[in-house]
Ligand binder design. Sequence first.
Ligand SMILES: C[S@@+](CC[C@H](N)C(=O)[O-])C[C@H]1O[C@@H](n2cnc3c(N)ncnc32)[C@H](O)[C@@H]1O
Length: 385
Amino acid sequence: MTPAARLSAAIGILDRVLAGTPAEQALTNWGRASRFAGSGDRHAVRDLVFDAIRNRRSHAALGGAETGRGLILGGLRAAGVNPDTLFTGEGHAPGPVTAGEQPQTPSELAALDCPDWLAPALQASLGGDFAPVMETLRHRAPVFLRVNTARLSRDAAIARLAAEGIGTRPHPLAETALEVTGNARKIQISPSYLEGLAELQDAASQAVVAALPLHAGQSVLDYCAGGGGKTLAMAARAELRLYAHDAAPQRMADLPARAARAGVAVTVLAGADVPRHAPYDLVLADVPCTGSGSWRRAPEAKWALTPARLAELCALQARILDTIAPLVAAGGHLAYATCSLLEPENQAQIAAFRQRHSGWHVTAERRFTPLEGGDGFYLAVLARK
Ligand SMILES: C[S@@+](CC[C@H](N)C(=O)[O-])C[C@H]1O[C@@H](n2cnc3c(N)ncnc32)[C@H](O)[C@@H]1O
């Protein structure tokens, strides 16, 4: 495909996304219908689509319309490329730019690709970091690996991955973290990945696990385990009796295979079995949240969030906290984590929990923003008397 034909493909996909089709599905549908597209084309079109979604407001302004064509046109203008060189109408190129497709000056919030309604909450939560964080969220996230340090050192992993053609460097957020500097697309077929020596995991996510009070022999429940990223990271830190649960068990479908690859044992629990294994020395609740800290990776969520959904998520987070509190042993810990930057999901949630429940004190609290390199995260660790 020519560069201009890739733009046309991205325009068609973005029109479907704007009409309500999830981006992954729109890309898959396009891929199935476009057998002529090679892997380089597919990656390039995917990057165009996700870049446009991350920068939807600002690129729509620069492109003169919130349409697939407007977003791609605005993206070219934002990158300093003259669209007339690509929008030629020849072959599979988009049609020539018309007089009506003039760039408009985005408002301050549009230039930061921030939804208007969320700006006050984000500003209150981030203070002086608001604009720099929003700016960071307009760009693609780095790729990080977690080295399974139970099996090899970080330096040994760097050397091994280099021999497999994957460039990495240590990342300061966690002692297990590597930032991928070259050939990220080879990771999932690399021997290091397939043998469980390295897992794909955000660096702040790794830092969250590194901050948990884990010790050999403890009984630990990962209550919102999802794909098990944090479950496996906990298993690598200490020999634990480790249990994983999720309200959507299908999300944990790959966990047994991933655990086997990493050489660790994890017991997957259905809801009714969770209290049977209580009390736990530590219960981690990596709760469902707005995902505002990871909008670089999942940018559709930024535009899909509504005040009603935010309120619904806050209520669910409070219910989860109330459910897990009685599962923690006396002297044990409850760890609450979100990948959100919003105070109502973070500090306010913990403050409200402590109002509802006596006998808990906060032993650690940490907020990460994308300015530190990884996703935005919040962690609170509470000890039970
Ligand atoms: C942020 S994700 C977890 C990510 C995972 N811990 C990881 O590191 O990969 C939140 C998870 O909570 C689950 N969930 C939602 N409501 C729940 C509930 N009431 N009880 C337990 N899990 C729930 C979701 O299915 C989702 O997998």
